[in-house]
Design a protein around this ligand. Structure first.
Ligand code: ADP
Ligand code: ZN
Ligand code: ZN
Length: 735
């Protein structure tokens, strides 16, 4: 028997080993195995147990040890990770390893947290120690007093030296043992006890959606399109309730930022079953414990970000992807998978329903709904008494802006504050001002490692590149002409905050961006202040757009609605629309009708008007028409080969070679073509020069076949050591 092992390396292949020479564990597919690899010892996963290898047996090294008595990856996870590796053209060993919690990757046993405790051996007594060995006697006395076990932490508290344990052990007076805390056990309560609070009575649209989810009837995908506050979460809760009643588990994927305590609190308030959150704030140990609880079925509700899609469920019942349009479901480096798209595959494989919810669905999902692949339910009214906000385009042509705000907007803010409510201002640029310009020669302070401007920050004062994180002191003079007249230009969150503090000295101004919330607890303190309901002005970036409910906000202002209108990215308009509506959705909940004001220099722009007058659905339908006419996704499929190198021209040259190989050796199937290589939109970033080659097909399968061939060109090219390349299937940005 041969062990065919997936090893986490950038190499796109598997490796064969002979079974370990000793050891009692039986090799099984899905088990971890430790193997020699070059000079190192690494942990891989057994993917196959073939009879023979292509290599002669004496060329194969034996594995060191099998690490698991049972597969750590169940068949679903195994299938999902391998499928994703193939689809995203990513090395299988790396993909399988990323499907595991970090501790399992490092070779820890797949067991709940345990600790080593110490106790006295049977029959041990103080008489065995001489009277003069005072410390040893103290220690043994302590052990004898605590037959349930003593931790080394306790010894430290008692000021007893830990090495003394070894002394007692050598005298056969003390022994170590492993203590397993009892894991949380499956709920053995009556069914009626699942609920902690009563569900709300659904309105007609919610009721239809719940029926369409049809938990228990096998695989189907439902796109739940409902404006913010229309009660999507309530539908999720009641669908989950059905699943729990059948003794099954539910997995809910949320965007990174959406995983607010508020969301979690709602699930915990509704159900009395174990709810487990999987997010980046957990320690490796907590993550493994949560993973184990999911695998053995004791955790009934799993809420997590992107990587939670790989969490095993013993009793799968339902998957929900909330805010399905959110870009964070697609990993943007390394293993570039889309958790949302993998959710479809997973639900199909597990024969369970999948719900995708959003106020602003992605055009991909909408197209799937229009073509009948997904069911499509709309929630058109806000639940309860809340009214949807009124939109307005504020023409700022010819107006002087004060730190990003026009006079009419400033007056509007004043009116709302005077009415005793709160105001939310959305600005997509953090920092004080997006650039520092020399008033004498016009030179802009640029990052030396990127094709980008440095952003001026005031607290603490420094220049910061938001692309590579480079930070420098604020320059005293222009590096082109030496002039000392350097002036900030354009508004960032800090500068607008400054202006508002002066203009409204009696009102608290709260800035919410990556800088102001970096400190632990800063976010919850800001939220606490907002939820007092007293008048205030919030100014923030994207962070404000998601997850939070601000019931006392009556005015939402978008300072620059134009930024995405003319972008080179064909998704620019879609992203703008989603962002604007998400921000708008924060306002006017409860009984305060809201107003959304968007500053624009293009008040007649047809797409902006479609969006605010007819809503997202109409906007999306006409955007889809345009994509169709242009043959762009979702009506075609894209893959991007990215390359980067330390010298200008290398990456592009490398991709040109690849293109030539494609031209010579591949016949592009009808409907497929490639374009480029082009320098990336920001060619230089963090000191590397970047280029890309786009491959496009009408059929997904054609794209995939092309990619498999291109992959062999890439891995065999001689320049591959000087150029770092990666493949991005279904890329979301940076065309
Ligand atoms: P969404 O997830 O679409 O933003 P939520 O589910 O959070 O919407 O609902 C918004 C608010 O309306 C919440 O306070 C919720 O409790 C309330 N709500 C939802 N559904 C109903 C209903 N059927 N009857 C009364 N209130 C509801
Ligand atoms: Zn100058
Ligand atoms: Zn930079």
């Amino acid at each position: 028997m041969i062990l065919r092992v997936a090893i986490p390396t950038p190499l796109h292949r598997l490796f064969d080993y002979r079974p370990p020479v000793s050891g009692t564990l039986k090799p099984q597919v899905g088990c971890r195995v430790s193997v020699p690899f070059g000079q190192r010892e690494v942990i891989g996963i057994i993917t196959e147990l073939p009879e023979q290898s292509e290599l002669p047996l004496d060329k194969l090294k034996p594995a060191n040890a099998i690490l698991d008595a049972a597969p750590v990856l169940d068949s679903l996870q195994f299938y999902l990770a391998r499928w994703a590796a193939s689809y995203y053209a990513y090395p299988e060993g790396d993909a399988l390893s990323q499907a595991l919690p970090a501790l399992l990757r490092k070779g820890e046993p797949a067991e709940f947290a345990h600790e080593t405790l110490w106790r006295a051996t049977q029959g041990a007594s103080l008489d065995a120690l001489s009277k003069s060995a005072t410390r040893q006697r103290e220690l043994l006395a302590l052990l004898l007093r605590n037959p349930q076990g003593v931790s080394t932490d306790l010894l430290r508290v008692e000021s007893l030296p830990v090495p003394l344990l070894k002394t007692l052990k050598d005298k056969d007076l003390a022994e170590a043992f492993i203590h397993h805390p009892t894991p949380l056990h499956a709920d053995e309560r009556e069914e009626g006890d699942i609920l902690k609070e009563a569900p709300l009575t659904l309105n007609a649209e919610q009721h239809t959606a719940l029926q369409d989810i049809a938990a228990g009837s096998g695989f189907n995908t439902l796109l739940l399109e409902g404006i913010t506050g229309s009660g999507k979460t309530e539908v999720y809760l009641q669908a989950i309730q059905q699943v729990l009643k059948e003794g099954k588990q539910a997995l809910i994927l949320v965007p990174e930022i959406g995983l607010t305590p508020q969301t979690l609190a709602r699930f915990k308030a509704r159900f009395q079953v174990p709810v487990v959150a999987l997010h980046s704030g957990l320690t490796d140990r907590q993550r493994l414990d949560a993973w184990l609880m999911a695998r053995e079925g004791t955790a009934r509700i799993l809420i997590g970000t992107r990587s939670a899609i790989f969490t095993p469920m013993r009793y799968p019942g339902l998957i929900i992807v909330d805010e399905e349009h959110d870009q964070s479901f697609k990993q943007q480096d390394g293993f570039r998978y889309s958790a949302r798209d993998l959710a479809v595959l997973r639900a199909k494989h597990e024969a369970i329903p999948l719900v995708m919810g959003s106020a602003t669905p992605s055009l991909e999902s909408l197209q799937n709904a229009f073509s009948g692949r997904y069911r499509h339910n709309l929630l058109t009214t806000r639940a309860g008494k809340a009214m949807p906000p009124a939109f307005e385009l504020l023409d700022i042509r010819g107006e002087t802006l004060n730190c990003g705000l026009s006079d009419s907007l400033t007056q509007r803010i004043e009116t709302h504050l005077a009415g005793g409510t709160q105001v939310l201002i959305f600005l997509n640029r953090r920092g004080f001002s997006p650039s520092l310009i020399c008033h004498n020669c016009g030179a802009v302070n640029e990052c030396t490692r990127c094709d980008a401007r440095m952003t001026l920050h005031r607290s603490p004062p420094h220049m910061h590149c938001h692309h590579c994180d480079r930070q420098t002191p604020i320059p005293l003079r222009c590096n082109q002409c030496g002039s000392e007249d350097l002036r900030p230009s354009g508004a960032g969150t800090e500068r607008t905050e400054d202006f508002l503090c002066h203009r409204f000295p009696k009102t608290p101004v709260l800035r919410i961006d990556r800088d102001s919330t970096a400190r632990k607890d800063a976010m919850s303190q800001l939220m606490a202040q907002i939820h007092t309901g007293k008048p205030c002005i919030m100014i923030g970036t994207q962070m404000l757009a998601k997850g939070h409910h601000f019931p006392r906000v009556t005015l939402v202002a978008v300072l620059d609605a134009d930024s995405g209108l003319f972008s080179a990215d064909f998704r620019g308009m879609e992203k703008t629309a989603q962002l604007v509506l998400q921000v708008a959705g924060r306002a006017g909940r409860a009984d305060h009708p809201g107003e959304v004001v968007m500053q624009t220099r293009h008040p007649d722009h047809p797409m902006l008007n479609a969006l605010i007058r007819e809503g997202y659905s109409t906007f999306a339908a006409s955007e889809l028409q345009m994509r169709k006419a242009a043959g762009l996704p979702p009506f075609s499929f894209h893959a991007l080969i990215r390359a980067e190198a330390t010298r200008q021209g290398w990456a592009e040259g490398f991709l040109r070679d690849i293109r030539e190989m494609m031209e010579e050796q591949l016949a592009a199937p009808a409907g497929s073509h490639w374009s480029g290589p082009f320098p990336s939109p920001m060619e230089k970033r963090a000191g590397l020069y970047r280029a890309q080659l786009l491959i496009q097909s009408r059929q997904r399968s054609d794209l995939h076949q092309l990619l498999m061939r291109v992959l062999t060109f890439l891995t065999q090219h001689k320049a591959r050591k000087k150029v770092r390349w990666s493949i991005d299937v279904d890329p979301l940005d940076s065309y």
